[in-house]
Design a protein around this ligand. Sequence first.
Ligand code: FMN
Length: 355
Amino acid sequence: MRIGPVPLPSPFVVSPMAGMTDTAFRRLVKRQGGCGLVVSEMVSSEGLVRGIDRTLEYAEYTEEERPVSIQIFGGDPDRMAEAARVVEDMGADIVDVNMGCPVPKIAKHHAGCSLMREPGHAATIIAAMVKAVRIPVTVKMRKGWDDSDLSAPEVARRVEDAGAAAIAIHGRTAKQSYSGQADWDFVAGVAQSVRIPVFGSGDCVEPEQVVERLRAGVSGVFVGRGVLRNPWILAQAQDLLEGRAARAVSAEARGRFLLDYMQLLLDERTGESEGFRHVAPGQAMATPAPPRGRERWVINKLRALCTWYTKGMEGGSQLRTAVNAAESVPQLRELIEASFLSGARPVRSPELVTR
Ligand SMILES: Cc1cc2nc3c(=O)[nH]c(=O)nc-3n(C[C@H](O)[C@H](O)[C@H](O)COP(=O)(O)O)c2cc1C
């Protein structure tokens, strides 16, 4: 499995998720195994080109995450080409274009999913980026804008002609947002109509589903919310693909994951983490937040992850309430230790993840 010249060790990918798939989370998922590629949260092309600190933080990654794809959004071909150059200069393996975000703030600037309504413009953006960089340019799209405009087959063909190296398709329209079911038959149909690899995305929350989708006619599978619930899902899918039983995950391992995530986030903001890549060589990371701001940031990150992570877990809703009430990092640690490491609360696994 390759995207352009970039080999992927597995066909399973951590799907980009704004606010969630930061470098700390991606590293921890990668360490569990089975992960062929990680994609950053979406990053503003304007912010990259202007060198805005906040944007640069979103684009940070570490060596252990490779191969790594940085996803950018924007609607201006020249600025997108310039942003792709910035991504290439950062040393990323792949630059991905967001054509799936339905949020009006993004979509109104001819960016995100509104590009599905303008296939010609989408292709112009890809052509400009392909001309500007040597790394593969990929596209993540949806089925189309709405049921009357299912443009993915046309957009796929046009971006392929413009030089895109691979495509990922979330099998819903922008109008659907996250309602209904992802249409994997549609995705497989598009996969058959182009020569470049097509990855599918949508609704894989069990490792069995990931493998089943792979076998139904795509080159690989992007897993989003399933990874937030169960960071071992890609490793478990790899187990199944190789004919083994999916590994079981103990309550302790689930607790450790949260503690490690918290620690990596804390290290990041104090500069203790090794191997950060910043946007321009020699450019310093954004000014570290003051300690109180840093603690608040870590608490908010933990709360966001726990919203997904505790779904389907016995006692999950009480734990979510407690996490949301915790006001300090030591309090959060205690809570996680009591919930996962003390042996007091049995956590079912691997059937922990349920719809
Ligand atoms: C919280 C959240 C944030 C997301 N952010 C992005 C994003 O930045 N870029 C993108 O292309 N897709 C984004 N997505 C879409 C996912 O990558 C994925 O395509 C979608 O959730 C369907 O897959 P899933 O059912 O496996 O989650 C996001 C999804 C969620 C739930």
